[in-house]
Structures are given as structure tokens and as C-alpha cells.
Design a binder for this molecule. Structure first.
Ligand SMILES: Cc1ncsc1CCOP(=O)(O)O
Ligand SMILES: C=C1C=NC(C)=NC1=N
Ligand SMILES: [Mg+2]
Length: 214
């Protein structure tokens, strides 16, 4: 499966992002058609240690069952230890080169970019995909940078050649198609699915809105 296609509807979540049971929310999202999942256990109320480890394993098994790539945010050791499909690292995390050394060859390694400079650096360092944003205002990530807007997203897509790009930050059903029009290969969402009345329906709708015209 090509990373670019897997990026279409990239659901990101930690236990502290959802109202219900994390496993139920993620299973609903998988049924709704998310194409990639990222375990991001971070921020106030996030689990740590053994609790985090065992939730990661359960979520990975769920994703494996649905044939959807399971990515771990930040925690490279956890990702390698439980046999995830990849890891996502931010700018202030370990540099891509050293992360690559510690991961299996098959790993998908994604990098965050909050502006064009960071995006070009990630592209040059050989990231498998770039998470560009925040595109719109978001209250989910406390320390999110200034939104780059659709113009900023367009510029990042122009500068990063063939590296797949996912748009993140304040993405909902009313702006997901705009992100694709701006050149993103897919959208990454937390609250649009994790806070939805029906995560399954939210995932289904986002999948429709981001499907590339053949
Ligand atoms: C992790 C992250 N990185 C940039 S914005 C963001 C939070 C996205 O959350 P939401 O989809 O609820 O706006
Ligand atoms: C900060 C992030 C940016 N982009 C993606 C895809 N995931 C993240 N955790
Ligand atoms: Mg591109």
C-alpha cells in the first residue's frame, strides 16, 4: 500500500481526545473508512507507562485487523517495541536521520512541518510523508503554532515535490475538500472524528470528501 493513498483520511487520537472508550471510537472510525491511524497519547490526562503501552498494543491489533497502518506519535521506542507500522516525529523531537537508524526499514516515518522551511527540511531528509499545519485554528493541540491557511498549505505542497503531504489542524467536513484542492494528499484529524456523535459517520463523510477524482 502506497503511503500517499494511506494518507487520505488519517485519524489521530489519544485516550484524552475522546469522550467514549478509545477502542470503541477507533473501531467505529475504522468501520467508517479511515485509511491510517496515529496513536498520539499526549497532553493533559494522557496515559503513561504500562497503561499507555497496553492501550497501544490493543489499538495496533485493531488496526492490523482492519488492514490500516498503525503509527505512533513521538515515542519511537514504543513504536519499535510493539511492531507498529511507523512513527510520527515533530520538529523538536529526535532528528529524522537518527530515528531512521533505530527503526525497521519498512517503517513509515512522518515529520511535522509548521512552515515551508521545516517542510523543505523534512523533504530533503527523506520523510515518508509530511504533516503540514496547523492549517486552520485548533484547540486540540495547546501549543499549536499560527495557522498557515490554505495558502501556506499550497506553498508547502509546491515545495515538497513527490513527498506525500497531509493537512492537519482544524480540519472538518466543511474544509476537508479545500485542503485536497490546495494539493494535500489527505487530511489528518483528531476532533472531527474523536468528538463526533458518530465517529463512523464522520469518517465515512471525510472519506467521501477527500476521494481523489480518478
Ligand atoms: C496534532 C496537531 N498538529 C498540528 S494541529 C494538531 C491538532 C489537530 O487536532 P484537530 O484535528 O482536532 O484540530
Ligand atoms: C503534529 C502532527 C502533525 N502531523 C501529523 C500527521 N501528526 C502529528 N502528530
Ligand atoms: Mg505533493
Amino acid at each position: 500500500m502506497l503511503v500517499r493513498e494511506s494518507l487520505q483520511v488519517y485519524f489521530i487520537m489519544g485516550s484524552n481526545n475522546c469522550r467514549g472508550e478509545p477502542l470503541q471510537v477507533v473501531e467505529q472510525a475504522l468501520k467508517g473508512g479511515i485509511t491510517m491511524f496515529q496513536f498520539r497519547e499526549k497532553g493533559s490526562g494522557a496515559k503513561t507507562g504500562k497503561e499507555k503501552h497496553s492501550l497501544a498494543i490493543k489499538l495496533k491489533q485493531l488496526c492490523n485487523h482492519y488492514g490500516v497502518p498503525f503509527i505512533v506519535n513521538d515515542d519511537v521506542d514504543l513504536a519499535v517495541d510493539i511492531g507498529a507500522d511507523g512513527v510520527h516525529v515533530g520538529q523538536d523531537d529526535e532528528p529524522l536521520a537518527s530515528v531512521k537508524q533505530r527503526c525497521p526499514k519498512s517503517f513509515i516515518i512522518g515529520v511535522s512541518a509548521t512552515n515551508s522551511t521545516e517542510a523543505v527540511q523534512a523533504f530533503q531528509a527523506g520523510a515518508d510523508y509530511i504533516g503540514a499545519g496547523p492549517v486552520f485554528p485548533t484547540s486540540t493541540k495547546q501549543d499549536a503554532k499560527l495557522p498557515i491557511g490554505l495558502a501556506g498549505l499550497e506553498e508547502i505542497n509546491r515545495l515538497t515535490g513527490e513527498t506525500p503531504v497531509t493537512a492537519i489542524g482544524g480540519i472538518h467536513t466543511d474544509n476537508a475538500a479545500d485542503a485536497i484542492k490546495a494539493g494535500a494528499d489527505g487530511v489528518s484529524v483528531i476532533s472531527a472524528i474523536s468528538q463526533a456523535e458518530s465517529p463512523q459517520q464522520a469518517a465515512q463523510l471525510l472519506n467521501k470528501l477527500t476521494a481523489k477524482k480518478r
